[in-house]
Write a protein that binds this ligand. Structure first.
Ligand SMILES: Nc1nc2c(ncn2[C@@H]2O[C@H](COP(=O)(O)OP(=O)(O)OP(=O)(O)O)[C@@H](O)[C@H]2O)c(=O)[nH]1
Ligand SMILES: [Mg+2]
Length: 247
């Protein structure tokens, strides 16, 4: 008879897409609650997905203990590359930005519903959480609210912040989603959320905090807003089998 290994160590990867984030990435990695995660039975790996940074991002990330992989330019392209570099058998993947806007300690709240089997995907919601003064312009806040309204009403998904950069997935669920991703830029979050909705994934939101970024933004609110709207339209009639890239 096969022996059951009840004390199996679980694997958690923290994925951080970075483009010129020398000011933030070290702080983000240092704030990951590794000891608390270890106590919950998780072995933690930090994966920084770097695109063409011209500053000390790679050096700072490696010094802080991260594995660094290089990706083509664009947040979406980086996420697609990052997914392919996640170690096989990873139980949970958490993703957050490298600009020190999200609180890594709050990943404990993000992973609890996954750890206890409540759902498959957790979205960190700033709009239902705490947004510090000066961290989000009124224009961006209105845009987020508008895109969230569109997703709630046309995809019937109970999400409260579709432009967030803080996610947690069961590892196998993210690998499945990764096969369908195509966006290279900032429409990636909209693409992920709308495709996860169409794949009937079990998604819930938890409130998180958001504060002012360290370093300069890469987002172009108007141009990227148009691409986000385009991703929302494009996936309305999308089905997982329709554009499957194979595998
Ligand atoms: N690897 C990689 N990461 C990127 C790229 N563009 C943005 N990122 C990262 O994606 C995260 C989000 O990008 P930000 O520029 O902060 O965009 P944002 O959070 O929507 O906008 P702000 O509110 O101004 O910070 C950050 O960690 C960036 O470093 C890219 O081309 N490649
Ligand atoms: Mg940011």
């Amino acid at each position: 008879m096969k022996k059951l290994n009840l004390n199996k160590e679980k694997k958690l990867t923290v994925m951080i897409p970075c483009h010129n984030e020398e000011k933030g990435v070290g702080k983000v990695i240092a704030k990951i609650p590794t000891k608390r995660l270890n106590a919950l039975g998780y072995k933690v790996e930090v994966l920084v997905v770097n695109s063409a940074s011209k500053d000390r991002t790679v050096e700072v990330a490696q010094k802080a203990g991260a594995r660094v992989v290089n990706a083509p330019i664009g947040k979406g392209a980086a996420i697609q590359t990052g997914i392919k570099h996640i170690s096989p058998g990873t139980d949970i993947v958490v993703m957050l930005d490298g600009d020190d806007t999200y609180d890594p300690k709050e990943m404990l709240r993000m992973i609890e519903p996954l750890d206890t089997g409540f759902c498959e995907v957790v979205i960190g919601s700033r709009l239902a959480g705490k947004i510090s003064q000066g961290s989000m312009t009124s224009f961006n806040r209105a845009g987020n609210w508008f895109f969230t309204f569109l997703v709630r009403n046309w995809y019937h998904e109970n999400v409260t912040d579709v432009c967030t950069g803080y996610f947690a997935w069961k590892g196998s669920v993210l690998q499945n989603l990764g096969k369908y991703l195509e966006s290279n830029g900032f429409s990636i979050e909209m693409e992920m959320i709308t495709k996860m909705a169409r794949m009937n994934m079990d998604i819930y939101s938890v409130p998180i905090s958001y504060k002012k970024r360290a370093g300069d933004s890469n987002l172009k609110p108007l141009g990227d807003g148009k691409k986000i709207l385009h991703a929302w339209c494009r996936n309305l009639y999308w089905k997982p089998y329709a554009r499957h890239k194979g595998g």
